[in-house]
Design a binder for this molecule. Structure first.
Ligand code: GLA
Length: 384
């Protein structure tokens, strides 16, 4: 008997409305390591995106997408990606899954989709992964596709890479799909195996204070792509499949083989960052959360001096958090703006926040937004 791939399965499920929610994320440590096949340790946030999928109103044969954050809906004919019309960028994160499923042989019926997100956009908290993952999970459920964990992850990553055209590395989608409350998610970005690691903030009297610097993202798209191709070039010159294959013990030898200072800095960042992720996971497994602080700070220094993806606003926030007694602080996410996290005692959340505000005022920067974050659940269905 011929076997059916999930994409060819007959669509037998009949439901009127399917609702899923998927979260944004904070990355505790492991920046720009995902597209180097390395290690990351993000956690899912309480804020997220809710996606509703329902059959289109009778007589309408197409896909409509409405966002509570956008004035105009987008309505398109059903098609694959190659025949996709020109639509506003935000809607490509939603329509991308429909286009790719169509390309993979699924006869996706006429549908209405609605999305509503409370992840601040442009803050580096992965509002895009929340959007893509909530829609993809809702579609899989609504259409009865039965995609397994790997297929769901691959589809969400392909939406961002192929349908939107953002060369991101997959960490955000993986944690939005698989995050667990009370835990960070240790991800091997080569095998895509994940393991939930306890992140017991309250039990240690600690908090993750987030400072959204609201710094304008300066040339972030081009810089991200440049870092990614620089890392790939360095791996090619070193004769390894990816920088993940250079270990901390090999680092000096690897650096000695490269004569380009920029590539040397990229390699040093990625190799030491992978090593920091492994060290943080080890400490968390041993129940030594307060001891991870210096590794978070070392990660920031590496992003600032070697990978060169920080901006004055994030460096100012990190310095202010340290001066206010944080155990560790670093920028989180792709860089060139966005959020900084500080590991602080519960008692010092207010004063550490005040210190960041005061430092921003002194430097003449705009007002930052400050809040605490704790690990929440990954994508989950919501009663419709
Ligand atoms: C962005 C990308 C991720 C990852 C981070 C940097 O968030 O979407 O894939 O590369 O930057 O760690």
């Amino acid at each position: 008997m011929a076997t059916c791939t999930p994409f060819q399965r007959v669509l037998t499920k009949r439901v009127s409305m399917t609702v899923w929610r998927a979260p944004g994320r904070i990355n505790l440590v492991g920046e720009h390591t995902d597209y180097n096949d390395g290690f990351v340790l993000p956690f899912a946030l309480e804020v997220g995106c809710t996606a509703v999928v329902e059959p289109a109103s009778p007589g309408r044969d197409g896909w409509s997408v409405r966002s509570a954050q956008q004035a105009e809906p987008v309505v398109v004919r059903r098609s694959g990606l190659s025949a996709a019309p020109d639509v506003p960028e935000w809607s490509r994160y939603v329509l991308g899954a429909l286009w790719l499923l169509t390309d993979r042989g699924v006869d996706v019926p006429a549908l209405d989709l609605r999305v509503d997100s409370d992840v601040p956009s442009g803050a580096g908290l992965s509002s895009s992964a929340a959007l893509v993952c909530s829609v993809t999970r809702a579609l899989d459920d609504h259409l009865g596709l039965g995609l397994d964990d790997d297929a769901l992850f691959a589809l969400t990553r392909d939406v961002e890479n192929d349908a939107v055209g953002a060369p991101t590395g997959g960490m955000d989608q993986l944690v939005s799909l698989r995050g667990e409350a009370g835990h960070a998610l240790f991800c091997d970005m080569r095998s895509h195996e994940t393991r939930a690691v306890p992140l017991d903030l309250a039990g240690n009297g600690l908090a993750v204070l987030v400072a959204d610097t609201r710094a304008p993202h300066r040339h972030s798209d081009g810089e991200y792509g440049a870092r990614r191709s620089g890392c790939e070039e360095a791996a090619r010159r070193l004769g390894v499949p990816a920088l993940r294959d250079v270990t901390a013990a090999d680092l000096d030898d690897a650096l000695a083989q490269l004569n380009d200072d920029e590539l040397r800095r990229y390699v040093r960042h990625v190799v030491t960052e992978d090593d920091r992720v492994l060290s943080v996971v080890r400490l968390l497994d041993e129940g030594r959360l307060p001891d991870v602080g210096p590794l978070l700070t070392a990660s920031h220094i590496s992003m600032r001096d070697d990978f060169r993806i920080t901006v004055p606003e994030v460096d100012t926030a990190v310095d202010a958090l340290h001066e206010a007694g944080a155990l560790g602080a670093r920028m989180t996410g792709g860089g060139f703006g966005g959020c900084v996290i500080g590991l602080v005692s519960e008692q010092s959340v207010e004063s550490a926040g005040e210190a960041v505000r005061a430092a921003f005022a002194d430097a003449g920067f705009g007002e930052p937004s400050l809040f605490t974050a704790a690990p929440a659940a990954g994508a989950h269905p919501v009663a419709g």
